[in-house]
Design a protein around this ligand. Structure first.
Ligand SMILES: [Zn+2]
Length: 468
């Protein structure tokens, strides 16, 4: 299996530190709102990497954090007049719902930054003792010049960066020894959550969180550290500096980064009005469609999100689901007889699709080609399998199809899930029926919705609905 390593800018053979085991850390979201579809890409991509590793027989220890103390969380808490903890707890719960709907497996551990402050104080103290960090009036900075390898992940020209940052130095930061030095600990401002430390009552910087949580749950050296490409610099560069200077060991063997997600060929931003949460997409589509869409491109290629491409993904996914559904129907009616000679030969053909799938995934997780292999199998199913075949033959092909989809985390069960827009349409039809005094039809529509778990409520402002 080959993986592209940002550190070496090469595809390398994957060799884990401990045979048969994989330790993997994926930087998680800062929880101050519903996650957006840009957050969803690394979640889906690296969940698929994990699933494939497990499919290959590795035991994967997968750690992904929640950053639950941050300026944005504090700002939101002040805005709502509640505690920062209330905000982070709320959006962690919401994030987990979205993850489940995208069929992203829960991590082995989901550590919370605020639960690991002790470890952070310990690491910062070690860095100060070793001369890699310094305290100025309660703020602790990392001394980047002291770490010779600083910049090795992002392959940036540090002198240019220094020059650029020097002119951008903002007030309060001029106490730093070097423009590239970054904060490990900062004193609290009025009204902010804070923890006691040897330097000031305050809170940790963002980068130290991941170094500490990765060390605690996976050890000083790990196999894979992953995240979006926007995290390469400074976040991951700083994590390397902290961890390697503290532990005196290489931090992660392989660094994996997914490319950006654009919306209608533009960068997603609130000001452009092209900002979508996963929840909003979930109102229009089954989130399996979003997962399928995310995997339709290689994770290191930029991916463009548009309504057309989502529709195309929906149609493609339906083709797979229909093929699986047909196989299920056939297997239920097929005769229990010995495999024929043709069937035995045919199974060798079906096995070739599995090989193709594995080859694609072995080549730096090329999910786009892996999906092509699944479509070849769909074509094979549609042209080669009928009610004349034996039960065990059809069952074998069905299992192969479901297994491959499962490696990608794609659920191929036909779902009778109802979407918000369909509900709205049915409510409109019911209103029209009532207006036409067709109460029988109106009641039928209400009952049909109820059968799908949707309860209607007639209010003065109109009809409202909720899930029962
Ligand atoms: Zn991180």
């Amino acid at each position: 299996m080959k993986v592209y390593n940002t550190l070496t800018k090469k595809k390398e053979e994957f060799v884990p530190l401990v045979p048969g085991k994989v330790s993997m850390y994926v930087c998680g979201p800062t929880v101050y709102n519903f996650i957006h579809i840009g957050n969803a890409r690394p979640m889906i991509v690296f969940d698929t990497v994990r699933r494939y590793m497990e499919h290959k027989g590795y035991e994967v220890n997968y750690v992904s954090n929640f950053t639950d103390v941050d300026d944005k969380i504090i700002a939101k808490a002040i805005e709502e007049g509640v505690s920062a903890q209330e905000i982070s707890e709320r959006y962690i719960a919401e994030c987990k719902k979205d993850m489940a709907a995208m069929n992203v497996l829960p991590a082995t551990t989901h550590p919370l930054a605020t639960m690991e402050i002790g470890g952070m104080i310990e690491m910062i103290s070690t860095l100060i003792e070793k001369g890699f960090a310094y305290d100025v009036n309660g703020t602790v900075y990392f001394r980047t010049r002291k770490f010779d390898e600083y910049g090795k992940l992002s392959h940036k020209n540090l002198d240019d960066l220094r020059a650029g940052n020097r002119s951008l130095l903002v007030s309060g930061e001029d106490q730093k020894e070097d423009p590239l030095d970054f904060v490990l600990w900062k004193p609290k401002k009025e009204g902010e959550p804070a923890w006691e430390s040897p330097w000031s009552a305050g809170r940790p910087g963002w980068h130290i969180e991941c170094s500490v949580m990765s060390k605690k749950y996976l050890g000083e050296e790990i196999d894979i550290h992953a995240g979006g490409e926007d995290l390469v610099f400074p976040h991951h560069e700083n994590e390397i500096a902290q961890s390697e200077c503290c532990n005196g060991k290489d931090f992660a063997k392989y660094w994996l980064h997914n490319a950006f997600l654009n919306i209608d060929n533009r960068k997603m931003s609130k000001s452009l009005g092209n900002f979508f949460t996963v929840r909003e997409i979930g109102e229009k589509y089954d989130l399996q469609v979003l997962r399928f869409f995310m995997l339709s491109a290689h994770y290191r290629s930029p991916l463009n999100f548009s309504a057309d491409l989502m529709e195309a993904s929906k149609t493609s996914l339906e083709r797979i689901i229909t093929a699986v559904d047909n196989l299920k129907f056939l297997v239920g009616n097929a005769e229990d007889k010995e495999l024929s000679l043709e069937e035995k030969e045919s199974l060798t053909q079906a096995a070739a699709f599995e090989t193709k799938f594995d080859e694609a995934m072995d080549d730096d997780f090329n999910t786009a080609d892996a999906i092509s292999a699944i479509f070849e199998m769909v074509k094979y199913v549609n042209t080669n399998i009928s009610g004349e075949n034996s039960k065990s033959f059809i069952q074998t092909v069905l299992d192969k199809m479901v297994n491959l989809c499962d490696v990608l985390g794609i659920i191929v069960d036909k779902k009778e899930e109802i979407l918000a827009e369909d509900i709205e349409k049915m409510i409109e039809d019911r209103q029209a029926a009532r207006k036409a005094k067709d109460f029988k039809k109106a009641d039928e529509i209400r009952d049909a919705l109820l059968a799908k778990g949707i309860v209607l409520e007639d209010t003065r402002e109109g009809v409202k609905w909720k899930k029962a």
